[in-house]
Each structure stands twice: as C-alpha cells, then as structure tokens.
Design a protein around this ligand. Structure first.
Ligand code: NDP
Length: 322
C-alpha cells in the first residue's frame, strides 16, 4: 500500500535541458525570466547564494517606479520572484559551480545537478567591496550602506561618513550633502584617486570634510550605527566620531569568477558586451551589474534583463531556422 502511494505521488525528476538558463536572481535575472517565459521559452533560473541580490541587503526602496509609498528591498524581490514563477520560469535555489560555454548546448553545473541550455543569460551582478572593519557586517543595513542613491534620504541632518577616494566615493559624498549635516570622507591615502572634475566638485562643497591617511577600524552602535573609530595610519592616532551612518564606496567586484577564460571580461572583470546584450560567445548574454558599472540601479538592471530576454528570443528563433 505504502509503495503504491509513493508511486502515485512520485514527481518527475527535474528537467535538465532548457531553452534558456538564467544565472542570478536579482532584478536583471527575474525580469529576464518574466520576459523569456512570456515568450514561451522553457526557462530555468538558478538563484545562487543570495536570491534577490543586493536589494536583500537594503531597507526601503523609494526609487523603483510603481510603489508610491516605497517598498522594502526584500519585499520587492520576493514579489518579483513570485511574478517570475507565475509566468512559468522554474527557479532553483542552488549555486552554479562551473560552466562549459565551449560547445552547444551549454552546460551549467550546480552543487547538485548538471543542466543544458541553448542560450544563457548571465545576471550574477556585482558585490560592493567590503572594508573588513569590525562591526561592518553586524551594522549592514543598520547604518552601514553600500548605496547612497538607495539609502541617502534616510540620513537627514546627520553626520555621515563616506569611505573611499575614487569617483564613486566623491559622487556619493556630493549626493549625500543634500541630506546630511556634514559628510566626512575617510580615505586611506593623502590624495584622491577620483577624476579631477569630481575632486574639484567635492573640494568646493563646504559640507564635505576630508580625513586623509585614515582608515576605519571599528563601527559601533546599539540598534543602529552611532560611533566609528578612525585611525590615522601616518600617526597611529585614533579618533572616535559620532555619526549616524557610514557609506562604503571603495569599488565593486563583478561576480564573474565562474566565466573567466571563457567569455571576454574587461580589466576590472566586468563582462564585455558586443552587440546589445550579447557577449563574446554567441548564445551567451549578460544583463545588469555584471556588465554595467555605470548606472548600477535596480531599475536599469531590470531593463537590461528585459533586453537580454528579447535578444535571446530572437537568437533562438534565428537559430531554429538554420
Ligand atoms: P575605484 O576602484 O576607482 O576607487 C576605489 C577607492 O576606494 C580608491 O580610492 C581606493 O583607495 C579605495 N579603496 C579600495 N579598497 C579599499 C579598502 N579596502 N579600504 C579603504 N579604501 C579602499 O572604484 P569606484 O567605485 O570609485 O570607481 C569604479 C569605476 O567607475 C572607475 O573607473 C570610476 O572612474 C568609475 N566611476 C565613474 C563615475 C563618474 O564618472 N561619475 C562615478 C562612479 C564611478 P586607493 O586610492 O588607495 O587605491
């Protein structure tokens, strides 16, 4: 009897071959899934270690159109996931550990399965570089942020720190002066890496104070950040600063380690696009922060996901006629 019940309830094994496999579950990946499934392509999305991507680490999102009162980052991503599933995309919470793009069908190996696809959309995103300071992890999304555009408005009239000396740090510092009482740029050297024009803009802004040759040692607080210890690396002197928030802007790292040696990357490791969302390999497409280090917004990543799925649909149609 038991065996019969088992046989009746037995689910078919997971499908191993798909028209398109999307790697990554941020706004780019989910949007690509919605469009690919609506185009009637059998679509698998492999979500990776952080389903939802960077927005799972943020609080309120006020700049994603369609939510007049804002929406919490994790809620936005859960909603996108549901919509993607409703359209017919199969979503698997697994990590891709290897890919073989040398011949078709392309092979994608996860921790538990090997899958094949006629086309692949890489939407693995980028990760903000971490300072490695004590308390950074603990206070992430509780005063420590990696995106001024996302979180700046929550720090009105507060003392804020920006860590870094590149264009991103200057851009974030200038943007944050709209809200903050003062913005303190903490930079490990005595000169900035940022372009001259960005430096000039930052130096001209009376709300921005520079702390040279300085590193952040520790971030403290109760529910949220309220104090940061800074060390001057020339004098070894420590200083405690009372602040409401800390923005880390020391660069991003694209999540492309898996694809190194198989598709063309630029010197910073971002995927190089050839023609719209096509990569150096025919049949492999990319969408979102994994190739875009300029805009890096949820809405632009979603837009690229839509573009990649439309490009894939066209590519599959053209190839089925050959
Ligand atoms: P960058 O790599 O240019 O700069 C990173 C900054 O962070 C550097 O000042 C670096 O210090 C510092 N840094 C790196 N690691 C650490 C660490 N562990 N602790 C403390 N400080 C650290 O990254 P960006 O994100 O600023 O820029 C990336 C690219 O995007 C660049 O090509 C930039 O020009 C471009 N960009 C352009 C913009 C624009 O034109 N408006 C806006 C934003 C970015 P150090 O100087 O000592 O190496």
């Amino acid at each position: 009897m038991q065996a019969e019940i088992r046989a009746e309830n037995k689910q078919p094994g997971p499908k191993k071959k798909f028209d398109v496999i999307i790697i990554g579950a941020g706004p780019a990946g989910y949007t690509a899934g919605i469009y690919a499934s609506r185009a009637k392509r059998e679509t698998l999305l492999i979500s990776g270690t952080l389903p939802g991507g960077q927005l799972m680490l943020t609080t309120e999102v006020e700049n994603y159109p369609g939510f007049s009162d804002g929406i919490m980052g994790p809620e936005l991503m859960t909603t996108m996931r549901k919509q993607t599933e409703r359209m017919g995309t199969t979503i698997i919470d697994d990590e891709v550990v290897n890919v073989d793009f040398r011949r078709k069908p392309f092979k994608i190996l996860t921790n538990s399965e090997e899958y094949e696809a006629d086309a692949v959309i890489i939407a693995t995103g980028a990760s903000p570089r971490k300072l490695g300071a004590k308390g950074e992890q603990e206070f992430s999304a509780r005063g420590v942020s990696y995106c001024a555009t996302c979180d700046g408005p929550f720090f009105k009239n507060q003392e804020i720190i920006v860590a870094g000396g590149g264009d991103s740090a200057m851009e974030e510092a200038i943007f944050l002066t709209k809200f903050a009482k003062n913005v303190h740029v903490i930079h490990r050297k005595d000169k900035l890496r940022a372009s001259k024009i960005m430096q000039d803009r930052a130096f001209e802004n009376s709300k921005i104070k520079f702390h040279w040759n300085s590193v952040i040692e520790e971030i403290r607080g109760k529910e949220k950040v309220n104090q940061v210890t800074i060390k001057n690396v020339s004098t070894n002197q420590q200083e405690m600063m009372d602040v409401g928030g800390l923005f880390v802007a020391i660069g991003h790292e694209p999540n492309t380690k898996l694809f190194k040696g198989q598709i063309e990357l630029d010197e910073q490791g971002y995927i190089v696009l050839k023609n719209n969302t096509r990569t150096s390999i025919e049949g492999i497409f990319a969408a979102g922060d994994v190739h875009d280090h300029r805009y890096r917004q949820a809405i632009t990543a979603a837009g690229f996901g839509c573009m990649a799925a439309i490009d894939v649909d066209k590519y599959l149609s053209e190839n089925s006629r050959k």
